[in-house]
Design a protein around this ligand. Structure first.
Ligand code: PLP
Ligand code: COI
Length: 353
């Protein structure tokens, strides 16, 4: 791959790590690459971070032709920077591209792009506990015409943002509202793809939940509004009477890389993990009779996030006494230990830059 690198003449000062939050500050450079049907992917370049100029008829502005990924670079104690399971993100991005008729990027090229970009921006990876450099690869359809069809032109970018915790609660339990009106996705739709449209469709319910003091909504399936799916930016897991349950991947849920990693960690340690349908009725009963022992969300941005309260049809249930449970804490420690290179990585998940 030929990646042309143009460095900024005016690098920005690095932010105070205590003020990071999530996705508000961006690094000095971005990766950009263009696609058209004649040349394929071309003009791979790393350039100073700047605003984009696009045609007002660009497909993405009208028909939502957009996909994205989210992964992090972590600063280890020895100063080196590492990625966590980047090939999983690359494969999922290509699956999302296939669903939205956007062009795929050969895996080896995407891997080289990611590593090159992170090595250019690696000084931006913060080292304070719990902080990382969030990488946001994204692609959009960029035809300059209003016809509705699979695009002939696309643009792929990677931007990066030094981040702290996603929720203001950090590792403290979050409050989640079970949404029984709006739905996020249906089987056969785009739920399993990481595309912007899924998030646009989520905002109304998210706003309503926030107004009531909840962090995010827990979605039910789009057909019967009966089965638990996932949270706005995380997959969910429950411990019910000793069994660890997580909704199975039916096509309407994002196949989370943190979810997959939690399952692999738990299975290796001998836990029973069931990927199955979990109805909201079953969950409600478990909350009522006290067999719901723990609940947590998992995702790249949120890491492992305990759920301390669930609200369903205006009934409020406290989970695990509103505290972080032992399995949740253990998963958080194991995963973050591997991600930040503080504990050995028996799975071979990390990639050093
Ligand atoms: N579900 C949704 C809707 C998400 O946005 C995310 C975040 O990426 C996840 C689940 C978790 O996925 P991952 O663990 O790959 O970050
Ligand atoms: C991530 O965890 O990477 C996500 O994509 C969540 C995001 C929608 C904020």
């Amino acid at each position: 791959m030929d990646i042309k690198i143009t460095k900024t003449a005016a690098p920005a000062a690095k932010p105070d790590p205590s003020t990071l939050g999530f996705g508000r500050i961006f690094t000095d450079h971005m990766f950009v690459m263009d696609f058209n049907r004649e040349q394929g992917w071309h003009d791979a370049r790393i350039v100073p971070f700047e605003r984009l100029s696009i045609h007002p008829a660009s497909t993405v502005l009208h028909y939502g032709s957009e996909i994205f990924e989210g992964l992090k670079a972590y600063r280890r104690d020895d100063g080196k920077v590492q990625l966590f399971r980047p090939m999983e993100n690359i494969r999922r991005m290509n699956n999302s591209a296939e669903r939205l008729c956007l062009p795929q990027i050969p895996e080896e090229d995407a891997f080289e792009i990611l590593k090159t970009f992170v090595s250019v921006e690696q000084d931006w990876t913060p080292s304070a506990p719990g902080t990382s450099l969030y990488l946001r690869p994204f692609m959009f359809g960029n035809d300059e015409t209003l016809g509705v069809h699979a695009v002939h032109n696309a643009t792929f970018l990677i931007i990066a943002s030094p981040v702290g915790s996603y929720y203001k609660e950090g590792i403290n339990p979050v409050r989640i509202m079970i949404e029984d009106e709006d739905v996020r996705a249906v089987r056969g739709g785009t739920g399993y793809a990481k595309c912007g449209g899924n998030y646009a469709a989520s905002n109304r319910a998210g706003e309503r939940a926030e107004q009531k003091g909840y962090s995010q909504v827990l979605w039910l399936d789009g057909v019967e509004r009966k089965y638990i799916e996932e949270v706005g930016a995380m997959n969910v897991m429950f411990k019910i009477s000793g069994e660890i349950v997580t909704p199975k991947l039916t096509g309407s849920i994002l196949p989370g890389i943190t979810r997959k990693s939690c399952i692999e960690i738990l299975k290796k340690e001998g836990y029973t993990v069931s990927e199955r349908l979990l109805s909201v009725d079953e969950l409600e009963k478990a909350m009522e009779n006290g067999t719901l022992e723990e609940a947590w969300g998992c995702g790249t941005a949120a890491v492992v996030s305990p759920i301390g309260e669930l609200c369903y049809k205006d009934q409020v249930f406290t989970v695990c006494g509103g505290k972080i449970g032992p399995v949740t804490q253990h998963l958080y420690d194991t995963l973050t230990g591997i991600q930040w290179g503080k504990t050995p990585d028996p799975f071979g998940w990390t990639v050093e830059i």
